[in-house]
Design a protein around this ligand. Sequence first.
Ligand SMILES: NC(=O)c1ncn([C@@H]2O[C@H](COP(=O)(O)O)[C@@H](O)[C@H]2O)c1NC=O
Length: 519
Amino acid sequence: MSTDLGRRPVRRALIGVSDKAGLLDLATGLHAAGVEIVSTGGTAKAIADAGVPVTPVEQVTGFPESLDGRVKTLHPHVHAGLLADQGNPDHVEQLRKLDIAAFDLLVVNLYPFAQTVASGASFEDCVENIDIGGPAMVRAAAKNHGSVAVVVDPARYGWVLERVADGGFEFEDRKRLAAQAYAHTAAYDTAVASWFASAYAPADDAGFPDFLGATWERADVLRYGENPHQKAALYKSQNPGLAHAEQLHGKAMSYNNYVDTDAARRAAYDFAEPAVAIIKHANPCGLAIGVDVAEAHRKAHACDPVSAYGGVIATNRPVSREAAEQIAEVFTEVVLAPDFDAEALEILQRKKNIRLLKLPAAPASPIEFRPISGGVLLQTADAIDADGDDPANWKLATGAPADEQTLRDLEFAWRSLRAVKSNAILLASGGATVGVGMGQVNRVDSSRLAVSRAGDRAKGAVGASDAFFPFPDGLEVLTEAGVRAIVQPGGSVHDPEVIAAAEKAGVTMYLTGTRHFAH
Ligand SMILES: NC(=O)c1ncn([C@@H]2O[C@H](COP(=O)(O)O)[C@@H](O)[C@H]2O)c1NC=O
């Protein structure tokens, strides 16, 4: 039971920290407030070196720190001092008889396990960096939050000193600290368990581990969800990505802004050349590459200026003044970029309603998750690096080999398809989309949509299809509109008829052998 003992003064603190940042200020402040400090080896040394009195934990346990630090605090004199309920007279009496002094405050941060793994350290070094004694103390103190305040976050040290000076922690403070402490040890254990499971993932199960753990921390509560009657929040993981973007300007991001911006980020960051993606409802209404962001934006915007209104823009290069001036002319919800030139920022900041996000390019996660009811699906990410993504490996099924510019457009169209929800048909010209058909339940309708969006621009454009044409009809919609070269995976039982239709229309058609569905 955790008795509500109200505000409790801090008389005795136990400190054992791997990350020594802020330690000396904390120890100095605690000492000045009359708190007795007990510490583990390295921590005690750092405190003593700064001239602050400290009791080594060995003096409390009467046992030397041993086994290369594997046993320091794992002792009844420490754990009874952390677990005794000060509101329980029997506990207090037992401590007195055992001659054990209680702790009022525990400050711990754990061995840097995740950082050690990330550094590429050996398996043995990673194992050695699994903290055992630290989590045991944190969990003990958190359980006993009625009596003990537990601090795992160095960012809280200043607040800790304020509280100590103010007569101690309130019960509500200790409860909140305990919740944070359990979240901390849970995240730590999850990282260890996931790493271990991955290290021993059975090779005959394609390397998928038996256990998969992930933890998220709430970063924001959003105004509402996909619709105004839905509640929503943003949680961050440890992995890089949109959830970690820095917002430089504008109103708070909405749920739909996040969904669209993530789609835009994925589309734009797929290209090596300066690229701009304009996204509405998670699909591109314009995608283009150019010599710079401004040109790419002009071309992407021209694809479908009507739909681009209220869109979300992502680019893979810093936004220039010229690009910012263009963007400022169109009502835009979000602009995401690795950076913004100073003048660009000034121009866009004049727009009250635009949100500006800065997010450096980071390697895309090699694994994709999709929650389903009762579980989650995992797959390796659909990167553009399969053999079939290299035009050198494409098979010319019919027509004359494409000239250099046409081949470049086909390659652009093929790469851009990944950003389009299936069934995807994409028409492109000069490194820009000119008509996109997406999200239809058959390929003919997607073809019609792409052609109708492109209008006259379909004539002479190239076309790409994310999966094979099951019948000639979809392809014929494109060729009748004047599309002159097509790239598609091939592989339908009706390929001969599809190829014959392309031949009859006199177009060039390449088969990639690779498919890029995105549902
Ligand atoms: N084994 C133990 O009894 C033990 N007790 C505390 N620790 C950890 O030792 C670190 C502090 O050690 P030092 O003060 O020696 O730098 C902290 O990260 C703490 O979580 C321990 N180390 C690992 O398990």
